[in-house]
Design a protein around this ligand. Sequence first.
Ligand SMILES: Nc1ncnc2c1ncn2[C@@H]1O[C@H](COP(=O)(O)OP(=O)(O)O)[C@@H](O)[C@H]1O
Ligand SMILES: [Mg+2]
Length: 222
Amino acid sequence: MTSSILAANNAPLLDVRDLHVDFVNGRTVTNAVRGVSFQLGREKLAIVGESGSGKSTVGRALMRLHPAKARITAERMHFDDIDLRNVSEAQMRTVRGKRISMIMQDPKYSLNPVVCVGDQIAEAWLTHHPGRKAEAKAKVLEMLDVVRIRQPERVYSLYPHEISGGQGQRIMIAMMLITDPELVIADEPTSALDVSVRLQVLGLLDDLVASRGLGLIFISHD
Ligand SMILES: Nc1ncnc2c1ncn2[C@@H]1O[C@H](COP(=O)(O)OP(=O)(O)O)[C@@H](O)[C@H]1O
Ligand SMILES: [Mg+2]
């Protein structure tokens, strides 16, 4: 992927300059990302490119979720005042899921099939607010309402196989937003959905970015 991305107009939350990601496999090196630069404030940024062009690799590099064989270099790679190039895993655990969240493509593979969806959203919050179980459920119900799930009390106790794809993606969005992140990376969040549901979820994300003052990186192949 080469850089083709727009710039911020307020204090940058993310500042990435000349990001390269190579996958090293024995003597074979794949240059998955070649010199991507962008700045992002509390605004939307789209990364668009064909399949295999390195979009997810950029997202994972920002979350420090890349495989060990990935080699990452950048002239600058800052989230707020954190240098993502040499952040410790301990510090990254306070950032990942809390200050930066990533919404993946298909909720089917991201939700645990044997835990009701409400408890899974609660878990995301409890990870960063340990021991506050009593508050967690109220937070989840509030969040289900934010992502426009009707009958939140009922949906809370449903299992992943009992909900539709659109509901599943709303659940994922609720899970990603419940920690009040500053930046959300949405990696093709609607490509597993029907067209009509896709538009609803896109509208929802758009509203949430505006109303909560989030930065959003939206990844899409179309
Ligand atoms: N874990 C990995 N090991 C080796 N190569 C990878 C790995 N992940 C991605 N790649 C390669 O990096 C390139 C970009 O992949 P990816 O970021 O998933 O593209 P996109 O999200 O744009 O479809 C592809 O050529 C892919 O094969
Ligand atoms: Mg991808």
